[in-house]
Design a protein around this ligand. Sequence first.
Ligand code: PLP
Length: 341
Amino acid sequence: MIDLRSDVKTLPTELMRQSIFEAELGDDMAGEDPTVKALETKAAELMGMEAALLVTSGVQGNLVSMLAHTQPGQKIILHDQAHILHYERAGLARVAGLLAHLLPGPYGTLDPAAVEEAIWPPDLHRAATGLVALENTHNRAGGTCLSVEQTEAICAVAHQHGVPVHIDGARIFNAAVALGVEARKLAAPADSIMFCFSKSLGAPIGSMVCGNTDFIQRAREARKLLGGAMRQAGIIAAPALVALEHELPRLAEDHEKARRIATTLSRLPGVQIDMATVQTNIIIFELHREDMTAPELCQRLADYDINAIPQSDVRIRFVTHRDISIEDTERVCAALSEVLA
Ligand SMILES: Cc1ncc(COP(=O)(O)O)c(C=O)c1O
């Protein structure tokens, strides 16, 4: 089966499984797991931040970051298609007690002037702004990247008003590879970043929150509050270390596979795809045909052993990853051409 549903579907490699078996372990809640410590040190270094904290998932990483940066009743400014808004059980409101101020923007970007306008001046009637959140790469926009300059511009505006910036960088390394910059350059302007090992990096579990030492202490307390403090978490950290070593260098291949599939799609009748969105390993397109809906196309692809799910009646998202080879990519292109030509 070629699974195009998400890059979270990858299974751990032999090296990852072996690393779990051999990991040196201790009680991480007491700061005694050497493998977790090694991973946190490495992550902080990669992001150019002082410290890092291993969390169970991207959602938990974003939530502990919101809790560590803000007070209940404050406002968070974020993109109206942000993952934090659409897919995280309203944790921002329900757990962190934040008011969401949503801003639109093409390709997952925010306009610095609009962000500045959204940071209301101190006023008896209005909520204070506690946080601005960015997303890089931007999932619902199609895996699009925020450049260093775009990130800097938003952070400059926020910081002028004393507001911190968090990056939901679940796939930050994909942005780094696509833009040809170091991930730390994309993270540096912000106050914190969350990134995932379990997505394009192909590890089985885990995400990382990075920031300064005070922020990470508060994030650690928030993780405990959420029941996310762990014991011998080195079994999670070990395959994540393997992922950093062995998977990072091959992310460009995933982007190439996505480009091939997207190029094929762009030539097929009834397919609407904005090739400018195909920057990393995500492809989002729409199908506008009399004879077939998006769910029906997914059903047809199942006959070719291709697993895909629609996002709506017309919209489909494909994600490429380690477990889809170049040959698989060719099979996907051939199947799409056969079904849609
Ligand atoms: C941009 C983004 N942020 C956060 C998450 C949440 O990650 P997790 O599924 O590990 O909670 C995802 C998951 O796909 C994501 O795409």
